[in-house]
Design a protein. Structure first.
Length: 197
């Protein structure tokens, strides 16, 4: 059973659709673009905000820590119970990320929005705030190919599965790959730039 699930996950990652506002791109370009966007937000002293619900909130929290500790990039998430219950109780759950982002998001920031279905109202509302503020956005979604979130980012990762476990694990793998290869790719780029001078 473990080997079967592993093969399903491998197949799912192999079939991941990477896209920008201009259309589909390949995996290498998607990885390089993710690194570039993270490097840019760091250069301008921006903050990476990560949002999700349930397991996706756990992924957001995990990578908030990885960006801070491993990459040295300022990052934050709004999954603290006090924040969620305050905004959810007073303004409705669909606004738990939208309203804090309206107050915090600046043009030099980056939003990473994670939703397995790509249809979570609070994630879509928050992503619209980023779009209105002209903030660069990376989305990770799954389930249906026409889910709204999968087309809302400057860079989108879509996994073709309705299996929550596989989609969440796939999102975790994709983000870990971005983190784990960031400094290696950055050093390689710096070496190439230096040798070209």
């Amino acid at each position: 059973m473990f080997n079967e699930r592993l093969e399903e996950l491998k197949d799912l990652i192999d079939r991941c659709i990477y896209s920008t506002r201009l259309g589909e791109i390949d995996a290498t370009d998607a990885l390089e673009m993710a690194h570039f966007l993270l490097e840019q937000v760091s250069k301008v002293d921006g903050i990476v905000y990560l949002i999700g619900n349930g397991g996706s909130a756990g992924i957001a929290s995990h990578f908030c820590t990885d960006f801070l500790r491993t990459l040295g990039i300022a990052a934050a998430t709004f999954s603290d119970a006090t924040t969620l219950t305050c905004f959810g109780n007073d303004f409705g759950y669909e606004n738990v990320y939208k309203m804090p982002l309206e107050r915090n998001l600046k043009s030099n920031d980056l939003l990473i929005a994670i939703s397995s279905s790509g249809k979570s109202e609070n994630i879509l509302a928050a992503t619209k705030v980023a779009k209105e503020k002209k903030v660069t956005t990376i989305t990770l979604s799954g389930f249906d190919s026409n889910n709204p979130l999968s087309k809302m980012g400057d860079l989108n990762f879509w996994l073709d599965s309705h299996d929550y476990g596989l989609v969440e694990t796939g999102h975790f793998f994709l983000l870990h790959t971005i983190v784990d290869t960031f400094n290696v790719c950055k050093k390689k780029s710096n070496r190439l730039a230096t040798s070209a001078l």
